[in-house]
Write a new protein. Structure first.
Length: 214
């Protein structure tokens, strides 16, 4: 249920704009909050933008489309020396990305609920060849944004979750985590590919859809 379906090329066509949206709002939120907190670095590089092209890492996007989940965008450069409270502000910048994905997911939940309500009253509002891909796109946008939020909130470097909890950790723990970050990254990849992440996330999304649309 996570990202893939059985319609081949159509699924890929639907998946690409959903991925671009999730990547864009995520990186834009990082850049915008950093800019608002006093760091002009991302602004000067044109990253405070909803244009997906400025955020894309070509290889990361290709990997994301091929795997349906693992991928990356260009990291937003942040210079904490411009912040009044570097540790707190770094946590806020880190939290902005997942928060933006959650807000976007909520938007698509509301859109799907509205669509379902309208369908129950008026029936098919659009021709079936248009209606089905449109609903599939909204569902993919909802799921991918939730997935990005869940994934990035895991408190392991280099994910956003680490920079969020770093605000609460002693410096000695932060330095330890950074020193052994490559081991943590390997463990993270194993967790994604062989661990329970997909099962946990699929169960969550299945329960969410049952609650909202059954």
């Amino acid at each position: 249920m996570l990202l893939t379906g059985r319609n081949g090329l159509l699924d890929i066509i639907i998946l690409i704009p959903a991925i671009l949206l999730a990547l864009t709002v995520h990186e834009f939120a990082h850049a915008w909050v950093a800019w608002k907190l006093g760091d002009q670095t991302a602004w000067n590089l044109g990253r405070v933008s909803l244009n997906p092209i400025v955020h894309l890492d070509i290889m990361g996007t290709i990997v994301l489309v091929l795997t349906g989940f693992i991928g990356w965008a260009k990291p937003v450069p942040v210079d904490s020396t411009y912040f009044k409270n570097p540790r707190k502000d770094m946590a806020l910048v880190a939290a902005a990305g997942p928060a933006a994905n959650i807000v976007t997911a909520v938007f698509f939940i509301l859109a799907l609920l509205l669509f379902t309500y309208a369908y129950s009253i008026f029936g098919n509002l659009l021709p079936i060849p248009i209606q089905r891909p449109l609903v599939a796109l909204m569902v993919r946008c909802l799921i991918i944004n939730l997935a990005f939020a869940f994934m990035n909130l895991i408190p392991i470097h280099p994910l956003d979750g680490f920079n969020i909890i770093a605000f609460f950790l002693p410096l000695s723990v932060i330095f330890f985590c950074l020193r052994y970050r490559y081991f943590f990254m390997v463990a993270l990849l194993i967790f994604f590919w062989k661990g329970p992440f997909f099962d946990i996330f699929n169960q969550f999304t299945a329960a969410l859809f049952k609650l909202l649309f059954s």
